[in-house]
Design a binder for this molecule. Structure first.
Ligand code: URA
Length: 241
């Protein structure tokens, strides 16, 4: 396996940054500083170090889907002792797995959050250039008109720049509120809430139901499941791995 891929997979950094580390002579394999790109190594036997520190590379890859409950922090450890996703995988962490969450959901947002030790996949799922779509269901205040749909699909400008949704639809309409579905490949902070507030419909409940081809389905809040091979394969394909 190519060295930069092994490093990225181990969560050191993205492949491109790992290549830069190799250029800067920061990486060594079996005691020798690597001086060229594209070196192939056997991950089951090679001893790889970055800046003199051993990188664990033989770890099995783990891909988990969590239904994050409302009110939980998207962190592995919360300094204020609030409930956080790390609590839900505490046993795995204690047994030495180096899991991290792929992006974040606001504390008040529920739904699908991926946890993995697969560094390169996580990096690509979070980076907007890979255009992985995330789907949300939002309860919003007010009755949503057709013009909102057109505005969101044409694009609006928020404080931190323009944003355009990939798809928007009304799922259900009530007297004073509307259930909408919104699909976008942006990961900016509070993006769905800010976007819907901007078009006059503050969000009262937000659930992420899909990341790429992985669905939340009927998974209960607070539970974790391992993605199956088809799901992991599809995610890899979506980010070109
Ligand atoms: N957009 C938001 O506003 N909140 C989230 O948690 C995710 C996307």
């Amino acid at each position: 396996m190519r060295l930069q891929k092994v490093l990225a997979q181990a969560g050191v950094a993205s492949r491109r940054v790992c290549e830069q580390m190799i250029d800067k002579r920061r990486v060594e394999v079996n005691g020798k500083i690597v001086t060229t790109q594209g070196m192939r190594i056997d991950p089951s036997t090679a001893v790889v170090k970055v800046d003199g520190m051993r990188v664990m590379i033989t770890e099995e890859l783990v891909h988990l889907a969590l239904n994050k409950p409302r009110g939980w922090q998207s962190t592995m450890l919360d300094e204020l002792g609030r409930p956080c996703v790390g609590d839900l995988v505490a046993e795995r962490i204690a047994s030495g797995q180096r899991l991290f969450h792929v992006g974040r959901l606001d504390a008040e947002t529920e739904g699908l959050l991926l946890l993995t030790n697969d560094g390169e996949l996580a990096h690509r799922l979070m980076h907007p250039s890979y255009k992985v779509q995330k789907t949300y269901l939002a309860d919003v205040e007010g009755v949503v008109r057709r013009s909102v749909d057109r505005a969101l699909e044409a694009g609006v400008t928020l404080d931190d720049g323009p944003v355009r949704v990939d798809a928007f639809s009304v799922v259900d309409a009530f007297d004073k509120s509307t259930l909408v579905k919104i699909v976008l490949h942006e990961g900016r902070k509070h993006i769905v809430r800010r976007l819907l507030e901007h078009v006059g419909h503050p969000v009262t409940r937000l659930v992420r139901t899909q990341i790429g081809s992985v669905h939340l389905g009927d998974q209960r809040p607070g539970t974790i499941r391992a993605l199956n091979r088809q799901e992991v394969g599809a995610l890899y394909k979506e980010v070109g791995l």
